[in-house]
Design a protein around this ligand. Structure first.
Ligand code: HEM
Length: 327
């Protein structure tokens, strides 16, 4: 039956070609994308970041958050870094006004432009910096896929529409992640990023004073913790900040899950992780120190997943010369 044999080998060939094409097309990202065009790229990023974080460890948190805020608005395309021009950019949206560390990204970009002009995208810098800051504060390391290109558009309205609210419930959070190809596991794992950093009172104050508009408190928040938070955030206080993981907010560990399991997650979105069987099981399992190794591993995997959201690759977009400006 030569024709049948010929036919099946043709189909195998076709499936193989489609598969390879699809893999290349789906992402265009790979570990070591700059191996030939700028072999020292990752070393340059690390060399810039390590001393910055050694001197100012509190910058690790906003730099990690910056990659998340980039990826959730128009995909990981560096749009969060663009300055406002004729219109207001993502940077101007309230959730982005508390981002810090843009000058660190610029410093990395300057070093990379010196080493390999016009090669490394700002979107990739955000992904590499997110990894390096976490590693620098005793967190895990992972292999970062690169090959993203930079977008040319940044709108305040898109940031406001796409960044998730700290008052979101589990249905909204899961939907927000799912829309970007991310799972409930990615949600609970990446929320573990709240093991570092700070929050302004306004991001959770209604939980203390006016949860449903009747002057009540959020019943999902530990009343003893509410009392402590009220001291730090008196009624109407906007400017004060609190550590999200008190006492170890500059060290990347798995304390976050202990906090959430004790009903001490700072945001309603953190507390909501107890309202879904899968995310709850993860929180409970990782609330003991036994879970830290797997959390570290999971965090790297989920960061890679997040870093794939709606990326521009190939000939799309551009490689910006300066991260705050389109070319
Ligand atoms: C799941 C939905 C999420 C919501 C609703 C949320 C919300 C927030 C809010 C409201 C703040 C405090 C902002 C302020 O008042 O200054 C914050 C801080 C932070 N978030 Fe999230 N976040 C989410 C997911 C993530 C993810 C996925 C990451 C990273 C993997 C992350 C990393 C951080 C970090 C590190 C900080 C501290 C920033 C600092 O110290 O300046 N968050 N988040």
């Amino acid at each position: 039956m030569p024709s049948l044999k010929l036919c099946s080998s043709f189909f195998l060939q076709l499936i193989f070609t489609l598969f390879v094409f699809d893999l290349a097309n789906a992402q265009g990202l790979k570990v070591g994308f700059y191996e030939e065009t700028c072999p020292q790229a990752e070393a340059v990023v690390k060399k810039t970041i390590v001393p910055v974080i050694a001197e100012a460890p509190s910058l690790a948190a906003p730099l990690l958050r910056m990659h998340f805020h980039d990826c959730f608005v128009r995909g990981c395309d560096g749009s969060v870094l663009l300055n406002s021009s004729t219109h207001q950019a993502e940077k101007d949206a309230i959730p982005n006004q508390s981002l810090r560390g843009f000058e660190v990204i610029d410093r990395v970009k300057t070093a990379l432009e010196k080493a390999c002009p016009g090669v490394v995208s700002c979107a990739d810098i955000l992904a590499l910096v997110a990894r390096d800051v976490v590693t620098a504060i005793k967190g895990p390391s992972w292999q970062v896929e690169t090959g993203r290109r930079d977008g040319r558009v940044s709108n305040i309205s898109e940031a406001l529409a796409n960044l998730l609210s700290p008052f979101a419930n589990i249905t909204q959070l899961k939907a927000g992640f799912q829309q970007r190809g991310l799972s409930a596991k990615d949600l609970v794992v990446l929320s573990g990023g709240h093991t570092i950093g700070i929050s302004h009172c306004f991001s959770f104050a209604p939980r203390l004073y006016n949860f449903t508009g009747k002057g009540d408190t959020d019943p999902s928040l530990d009343p003893n913790y509410i009392a402590r938070l009220k001291v730090k955030c008196p009624p109407g206080a906007v400017a004060p900040i609190v550590e999200m993981d008190p006492g170890s907010s500059k060290i990347f560990d798995d304390d976050y899950y202990t906090m959430v399991s004790k009903r001490r997650g700072l945001f309603h979105s953190d507390a909501s992780l107890l309202d879904d069987s899968e995310t709850k099981a993860y929180v409970i399992n990782h609330a003991s120190t036994l879970g830290s190794a797997s959390f570290f591993e999971d965090f790297g995997v989920s960061m890679v997943n997040m870093g794939r959201v709606a990326v521009l690759t190939g000939k799309a977009g551009e490689i910006r010369k300066q991260c705050a400006l389109v070319n």
